[in-house]
Write a protein that binds this ligand. Structure first.
Ligand SMILES: Cc1cc2nc3c(=O)[nH]c(=O)nc-3n(C[C@H](O)[C@H](O)[C@H](O)COP(=O)(O)O)c2cc1C
Length: 187
């Protein structure tokens, strides 16, 4: 059976370059792995403990939890907003972090990558994302990194899947995540 990798994107805009990166990862998945791009983060209400109780959990949040539970690992694609993680992605992590100690990220290998316009490619946001996922119980692949600067110009005319350097780097990321799922390393 194929290894299932769930891709979450921290940008909601239709022309998102991070979404394009995720689309490229779908295409570049190695044999034996499939990357599924999650749709629906925009529909999930802000995390609120008052509604995270039996009978009140929003359907959109349950759908995300089910998708993450069904995955063997996750890859998170995020830009940087004002020096940190975009709210939509943080909200998804918050929903996936509960029930405490048994959230859908618990023990699951997670890689974090992304592109942003600034010269560091969004490293602050990606580092914050790794920190948050780790606190939420995920097994963060700390040495798997890809931060691509100049998103708006670099991908203005070229889809990341057609950018040979980026495609190779992304393929390596997916292969390493796949490898960790197939043969787990120590957390
Ligand atoms: C609200 C907002 C804040 C931003 N802050 C940063 C930032 O702190 N650092 C950075 O490198 N780029 C920043 N940018 C530019 C984004 O990195 C760039 O637009 C990126 O391509 C957005 O990701 P997307 O293409 O996936 O939508 C910001 C963009 C927006 C809309």
């Amino acid at each position: 059976m194929s290894v299932r990798i769930l891709a979450l994107v921290g940008s909601l805009r239709a022309g998102s370059h991070n979404r394009q990166l995720a689309e490229a990862a779908v295409k570049l998945a190695p044999e034996g792995a499939e990357v599924n791009l999650y749709e629906g983060l925009a529909e999930i209400p802000f995390y609120n403990e008052d509604i995270d109780v039996e009978g009140s959990v929003p359907a959109a949040a349950t759908r995300l939890r089910d998708a993450a539970n069904a995955a063997d690992g996750l890859i998170l694609f995020t830009p940087e907003y004002n020096g940190t993680i975009p709210a939509v992605l943080k909200n998804a992590i918050d929903w996936l972090s509960r029930p405490y100690g048994a959230g859908a990220l618990s023990g699951k290998p997670v890689a974090v990558v992304g592109t942003a316009f600034g010269q560091y490619g969004g490293v602050w946001a990606q580092d914050e994302t790794r920190k948050s996922v780790g606190v939420a119980g995920g097994k963060v692949l700390e040495d798997v990194k890809l931060s691509i600067p100049g998103s708006v110009t670099r991908f203005a005319e070229t889809h990341p899947a057609d950018d040979a350097e980026v495609a190779q780097q992304l393929a390596d990321v997916v292969a390493r995540l796949h490898g960790d799922i197939a043969e787990p390393t120590a957390a």
